[in-house]
Design a protein around this ligand. Structure first.
Ligand code: SAH
Length: 355
């Protein structure tokens, strides 16, 4: 196992067979070795800074029907909401006052927020806060739509690929959703000039080590700026409501592998990781992650964005989340950075001498 870790550090990639062996050979010693190497690489590139993004979950309407997600259109229990432009700008304004310089607008694929409406919204946010980055995360769109949002000022886009294996993708989604289109979206987004994030759930139903190995190979091929991974957590009203949750330990292990594969990557310690384990985010940061995304949505809607059960931080004001996060980040020897936190290749710094 040690030699695989050394090889990964040296060559930044392994074959799918080697990734499978590394995943299956996980034990406390390899975990510690990977975490130590990954944290050192993160430190070389980004120092001890952990970037903070303000997440605004602006609509929970969705036309898709992903089997794992609590916002799927077949769910009749969820109380739907859609924030107005004024409410979203209000969230950004309050966030700005607290020091946030990145706003992440995430939502379902909501026909009530058609492309032109999002275009105008992005333009208004950028006009009000020209020194801030805007990240969008609203699913699959035609290339022209992504282009129009980019032209309106959007800087980054998060679209997890969910699984890079076509058969596994078919187990997680209805037949009308195709892996090919999701991958097309990611390539278009990169081509247009966004800072792009892909990613997947750890421990999603039917996921085997070979699927994860394929995810890692795909991530290496795409070379995204960001990678979002978090444990799958069942949501009781979905078809996967009785499935087992993914593990924090495997998620943290994979965070280290991804950091070693992409030294410059922006890698969140996700809310799902903090939900499944009380110190999940700290463990993630200690293992190579360098982003946290606290919630800036109005308290009144937080509980309604229930993609999975028992989500943390649905009852705390953003200011309280910041205070709590600062303590967690400092507890693992890092510091909170409220700046835009662009990918290092876009901030003019020399990047390749990381080892
Ligand atoms: N509609 C947007 C945003 C989806 S929510 C899009 O399609 O990109 C953001 C992410 O939450 C998803 O990409 C998925 O990976 C994750 N997610 C959804 N349901 C989940 C669950 N039950 N457990 C853990 N993560 C989940």
């Amino acid at each position: 196992m040690r030699s695989l870790v050394e090889k990964l550090c040296r060559e930044r990639v392994l074959s799918e067979e080697e990734f499978i062996a590394l995943i299956q050979g996980r034990d406390p010693q390899v975990t510690a070795l990977l975490a130590q190497r990954a944290a050192a690489v993160r430190r070389k590139v980004y120092g001890d800074r952990v970037f903070i993004r303000g997440l605004i979950e602006f609509t929970n309407h969705c036309k898709n029907d992903c089997y794992y997600c609590g916002l799927r259109c077949s769910d009749r229990v969820v109380e739907r909401y859609r924030l107005s432009e004024e409410e979203i700008l209000g969230c950004c304004h309050r966030g700005y006052e607290m020091g946030f310089r990145t706003f992440v607008l995430q939502g379902g694929e909501d026909p009530g927020y058609p492309p032109e409406r999002i275009c105008a919204l992005v333009a208004r946010i950028k006009e009000a806060h020209p020194d801030c980055a805007v990240t969008l995360s609203v699913g699959e769109q035609p290339r022209e739509v992504y282009q129009s949002w980019f032209d309106a000022g959007a800087d980054r886009y998060l679209l997890r690929h969910e699984t890079a294996d076509g058969d596994h993708y078919g187990m997680l989604h209805p037949a009308r959703m195709k892996l090919g289109n999701r991958l097309r979206c990611l390539r278009d987004l990169k081509d247009i000039g966004y800072q792009v994030g892909c990613g997947f759930m750890v421990g999603s139903p039917g996921q085997r080590p070979a699927h994860i190995a394929r995810d890692l190979a795909f991530i290496h091929e795409l070379q995204p700026h960001m990678v979002g991974i978090g444990p799958f957590i069942p949501q009781k009203d979905t078809p996967f409501g009785k499935e087992k949750a993914g593990s924090a330990e495997l998620t943290v292990y994979l965070l280290s592998i991804i950091r070693l594969m992409l030294p410059n990557v922006l890698l969140p310690a996700t809310t799902a990781l903090g939900t499944i384990h009380p110190r999940g985010r700290e463990l993630g940061i200690a293992a190579g992650a360098n982003v946290c995304m606290p919630n800036l949505s109005p308290l009144a809607v937080r509980k309604k964005y229930a993609i999975y059960d028992d989500k943390i931080c649905t009852g705390d004001e953003a200011a309280e989340c910041i205070r709590c996060l600062r303590g967690r980040i400092e507890s693992v020897g890092c510091v909170m950075d409220m700046g835009r936190g662009d990918h290092v290749t876009l901030s003019g710094k020399e990047v390749d001498r990381y080892v």
